[in-house]
Design a protein around this ligand. Structure first.
Ligand code: C5P
Length: 219
């Protein structure tokens, strides 16, 4: 069983994907965390973020794993726990640059497909329904208005102890969405078989109920 969840930044994809996976007993794969971990490593290694070849080689040699899939999931990059580090404002501002590289995406998509080969998964990202799991049983497109997505991202950053300027967060989300939608490969888009849900007026419980109804697993 494969459930794909795509959508723009701050729409609440990872929260709902995690809850859905727990409810269904599937493995949750956060593909955004994989691009974030790669960006974190590139910055740490002083790799120029426009250097496609260097990023391609880095993507190939980097091992990204998720531990504790059913609980408080951790992101491990080459043995190092980067769960918190990959959520920083610097990574937020840089990740779309790395993710726009076709060479990088080729490597990452293959890794993601491998992860979904032998298990039932809920996978969230931008190109899951189109590129990673084109035969997914369900393809959700989760979105919300820009102010609502900015509000959620501000709350998330503040809870992590970051001082944030609300207008800048909104601008950063908008810039990331634009890059993610306009790139030539793996662009974010709705598909003919997408199930589009606007979560602006829904809380996570309501959204979970709606998705479970669609999947046919009544709570
Ligand atoms: O989902 P999240 O906001 O953590 O993703 C971070 C970034 O990683 C996105 O803005 C996008 O540039 C990239 N990404 C991607 N393809 C995916 C998942 C994430 O390009 N499947």
């Amino acid at each position: 069983m494969q459930i794909a969840i795509d959508g723009p930044a701050g729409a609440g994809k990872s929260t709902i994907a995690r809850m859905l996976a727990r409810e269904l007993g599937y493995v949750y794969i956060d593909t955004g965390a994989m691009y974030r971990a790669l960006t974190w490593k590139a910055i740490k290694n002083n790799i120029e973020l426009n250097n496609s070849q260097a990023l391609y080689e880095l993507a190939r040699e980097t091992k990204i794993q998720f531990t504790n899939p059913s609980g408080d999931q951790r992101v491990i990059c080459d043995g190092e726990d980067v769960t918190e580090a990959i959520r920083s404002p610097l990574i937020n501002a840089s990740v779309s640059l790395v993710a726009a590289k076709a060479e990088v995406r080729k490597v990452m998509v293959a890794k993601q497909q491998q992860m979904a080969k032998f298990e039932s998964v809920v996978m969230d990202g931008r190109d899951i329904g189109e590129q990673v799991l084109p035969d997914a049983d369900y393809k959700f497109f989760i979105t919300a208005s820009l102010p609502e997505r900015a509000r959620r991202r501000i709350a998330e950053l503040q809870s992590q102890g970051y001082e944030v300027k609300p207008a800048e967060v909104e601008k950063e989300i908008q810039a990331r969405d634009q890059m993610d939608c306009e790139r030539s490969v793996g662009a974010l888009k709705t598909l003919p078989d997408s199930i589009v849900i606007d979560t602006s007026l829904l809380n996570t419980e309501q959204l979970l109920g709606k998705m479970l109804d669609i999947i046919g697993e009544k709570k």
